[in-house]
Design a protein around this ligand. Structure first.
Ligand SMILES: Cc1cc2nc3c(=O)[nH]c(=O)nc-3n(C[C@H](O)[C@H](O)[C@H](O)COP(=O)(O)O)c2cc1C
Length: 376
């Protein structure tokens, strides 16, 4: 493994990626909106979940594989959709999808990733979920849905937690001239700069092809249109209350992602792991519930599974690993999660991810305190 990919923890990965990216870009992506409270809290809240192991039980082989929406995956760790992925490395979402395929897991790819579904499909060898917004209008969204159909992608995921753009990812406004804004940092990041000089124009063209941003965001009343147009499994991403989870299911969602956009949308939104259980209680019998936000190590996966998630998704670990080593970086981060999850299963004393239940986690009492209803 190349030396730079030799990271053993998320913290090591983050420290190396910080050195690989221009500072403005790193900070734009590593931080959240506002004061990054939600981004920080997503991570910190995992530390509040105690794992409760069983001593003196030993399983020499652990089983990590499971299914998501009927698709077999080698572990319950999937890739979150990330806009502007191409900005950190030209391999972008096609490279991430290739890595996910090698790892036997799902790549969910953002409509804003800077590559087309055709480019992604050419590299993908495993299941792909196409994330969509309505922000660029119904026609643009329909183009992505048609492409997803053409390429046999397994699901579409509509993101519902970002009605406006509080903090546009750099990639959306990037052009070669705006790179000048990075100024003296470019000289300090020669590898990134060299890649950007060859790929930046293509990224700018891809962003241009997206067309103007229209005002609309996906509403509950759009779910019928999405379902009809797509005809396959619909995932609703960006749910953080049981009330909205119920609405999503009533509107026809086949799965939901408990997510606050990694803290990139509403700063002040609760950490996802703190609300997971209430959402699973509401809709977990009817649909699969996934979680992203702050998942940084294998034991976080066990925590989320214990609180009822079917699988987790990783955003920044994927993004920073891609920045560091292109698609080989994503290979490395997925293998790190696999290794850590396997060790965590052994340590808590279960043989399979399916054996993890609520008894393996202890949460702070205040997480289950009665809360005001989110909707009046
Ligand atoms: C730079 C960046 C861009 C993102 N772009 C999108 C996007 O285009 N669509 C989307 O649904 N979510 C997007 N997200 C949110 C991720 O899908 C995911 O919810 C979040 O990153 C998970 O949190 P984590 O980064 O703590 O793992 C983005 C997140 C980041 C950090």
């Amino acid at each position: 493994m190349p030396k730079k990919l030799n990271f053993h923890t998320y913290e090591e990965l983050k420290a190396s990626a910080r050195k690989a990216l221009p500072r403005v870009l790193f900070e734009d992506m590593a931080n959240g909106s506002g004061r990054s409270w939600t981004t920080r809290h997503n991570e910190a809240a995992f530390d509040e979940v105690d794992l409760v192991p069983r001593a003196a039980v030993g399983f020499p082989e652990r089983q990590l594989s499971t299914t998501v929406l009927g698709t077999e995956v080698s572990m319950p760790v999937l890739l979150s959709p990330i806009g502007a992925l191409r900005m950190v490395h030209p391999h972008g979402a096609p490279g991430a999808a290739a890595a996910a395929g090698r790892a036997g897991t799902v790549a969910s790819v953002s409509m804003m990733c800077g590559h087309t579904p055709d480019e992604i499909a050419r590299r993908a060898t495993g299941p792909v979920w196409q994330q969509v917004y309505l922000s660029h209008g119904y026609e643009k969204c329909a183009e992505y849905i048609e492409a997803a159909k053409r390429h046999g992608f397994q699901a579409i995921a509509v993101t519902v937690d970002c009605p406006v753009s509080p903090k546009p990812p750099m990639g959306l406004k990037v052009s070669l001239s705006s790179a000048i804004e990075f100024g003296p940092q470019l000289a300090r990041r020669p590898a990134w700069t060299a890649r950007f000089l060859t790929d930046g124009a293509k990224l700018a063209a891809a962003n241009e092809a997206m067309g103007p941003r229209k005002k609309q965001t996906a509403l509950w009343s759009d779910m019928d249109w999405l379902k009809e147009r797509w005809g396959g499994p619909l995932i609703v991403k960006g749910i953080i209350t049981p009330e909205d989870a119920r609405r999503a299911v009533d509107a026809g969602a086949d799965a939901i992602v408990v997510s606050n956009h990694g803290g990139m949308s509403l700063d002040g939104a609760p950490a996802t792991i703190t609300v997971l259980e209430s959402i699973v209680r509401e809709v977990g019998q009817e649909v699969e519930v996934y979680l992203d936000g702050g998942v940084r190590q294998g034991s976080d996966v066990v925590r989320a599974l214990a609180l009822g998630a079917r699988a987790v998704m990783i955003g920044r670990p994927q993004l920073l690993a891609l920045a560091l080593g292109g698609e080989r970086g994503v290979d490395a981060v997925l293998e790190l999660f696999r290794h850590q999850l396997d060790v965590a299963l052994a340590m808590v004393g279960v043989q399979s991810v399916h054996d993890i239940d609520r008894s393996y986690a202890r949460t702070p009492e205040r997480w289950t305190d009665p809360q005001p209803a989110a909707l009046s």
